[in-house]
Design a protein around this ligand. Structure first.
Ligand code: T4K
Length: 367
């Protein structure tokens, strides 16, 4: 029980089940380039996400970068800095300028009240993040985007399986991408997928994810290689079968954490009680208010580390403070994101985490 505890551990299928599926790959030697397992995974992902179009990709970052490219965006993109490096990098690597918008304190998603003030005649899109799988305020964001003719591309890296009003979260906005990285609630080792609702843009995405090749003798777009391979797809097909059972285990652990921490002054957790939302319980962040708790986030991080409990500061620093973005000249205010990023600590959460370890972590936090 007292082994090292990491912020997450990848879910793996039964070893024999995975290796049995590999026999087929050995016999056909079809390892990649849209093989039958990738095609089957795409079919199952469409069902699971409740969408018409979906493309499996080599990882979540390339899914986002290429989705932005396929939508042919220009100029400025309004986004949040309270995210993983990937969101901002994908924007900048498309020669777009990120304009950072502050977040809401309660769920850490983009604050719709602060978007309109950032819109200029160069703005072409909004890239909000369903951070920790918490849905953004999709209705307000749509209203703003419609009014100003902007595209919405959701970074849904954390939000696989999340529903809002009974609909898969990818049904909101013009496009969404998901990460299937080893550390995610559903993994294909590395991997991800993109959903775009416009058929032409989806076709372009399909082409650019394979070098822009249209046929053996025709290359029409400057693409790259973002294809998922067959080994990833088999992992996905096996893991998808266990997704709901794993979600239930994560849900029980989140409920235990919330129950044990509910009276701890100075520690706030996210709200999991909204009836509109089908949560995926992908991360368990807590927010430590030093003035009440009497100790800051970094001290708590160190104390847990001494006990071989390895938490993570998702997301600190915020991306607008990255060294590589110092030259962007961003001089806006993102006060909530600044504050929350100094308070946040993401606690261990994965299906095999023993409830006894959740209790141990909470006992340390309550001391
Ligand atoms: N947008 C957002 C909002 C994202 O959060 C991400 C990725 C993306 C886009 C891009 O998606 P991908 O291209 O990654 O598909 C991790 C993940 O690498 C990254 O996928 C994720 N977000 C980010 C939030 O977390 P690190 O650097 O913190 O991971 P790492 O290697 O330190 O792993 C954390 C812990 O998990 C380890 O301490 C131990 C455990 N672990 C990890 C791996 C990789 C294992 O037990 N086994 C493993 O194989 O970034």
């Amino acid at each position: 029980m007292n082994d090292k505890i990491f912020v997450t551990r990848p879910s793996l299928p039964d070893f024999e089940e995975y290796t049995e599926c590999l026999r087929d790959i050995w016999s056909t030697r079809a390892l990649t380039n849209l093989g039958k397992h990738v095609q089957e995974l795409i079919k199952q992902l469409k069902d699971k996400l409740g969408v018409e179009y979906c493309l499996a990709m080599c990882n979540g970052h390339m899914a986002l970068e290429m989705t932005l490219q396929a939508l042919e965006l220009k100029g400025e993109v309004i986004t949040t800095p309270f995210t993983f490096a990937s969101t901002t990098h994908a924007i900048v690597r498309n020669n777009l300028t990120p304009v950072f918008c502050d977040i809401k304190e309660n769920d850490c998603t983009i604050d719709p009240d602060k978007i309109e003030a950032l819109i200029t005649d160069k703005t072409s899109a909004i890239v909000p993040v369903h951070v920790y799988g918490m849905p953004c305020d999709v209705d307000r964001i749509k209203e703003i985007a419609d009014k100003h003719h902007l595209k919405i591309i959701y970074d849904a890296a954390h939000a696989f399986g999340v529903t809002l009003d009974g609909k898969g979260i990818a049904n909101f906005g013009d496009a969404s991408m998901f990460s299937f990285h080893a550390t995610k609630a559903f993994n294909t080792i590395e991997g991800g997928c993109s959903v775009i609702h416009d058929a032409n843009a989806m076709l372009k995405l399909y082409q650019i994810h394979n070098f822009g090749i249209m046929s053996e003798e025709s290359v029409e777009f400057v693409g790259a290689n973002a294809k998922m391979n067959e080994f990833q797809a088999v992992m996905g097909l096996c893991n998808l079968k266990n997704y709901e059972a794993n979600r239930s285990k994560r849900k029980a652990l989140v409920e235990l954490y919330c129950e044990l921490l509910k009276d701890t002054e100075g520690i706030r957790t996210l709200d999991y009680s909204q009836e509109r939302i089908g949560y995926n319980y992908s991360y368990f962040p807590i927010f430590i208010d030093e003035s009440i708790y009497g100790m800051n986030r970094d001290q708590v991080y160190e104390i847990l580390k001494e006990q071989e409990i390895y938490t993570r500061k998702y997301f600190y620093p915020i991306t607008c403070n990255f060294k590589c973005y110092k030259d962007l000249g961003f001089d806006g205010r993102v006060d909530v994101a600044e504050r929350v990023s100094k308070q946040v600590l993401t606690l261990p959460l994965y299906p095999e985490l023993e409830p006894e370890n959740v209790e141990r972590i909470c006992t340390i936090l309550k001391k």
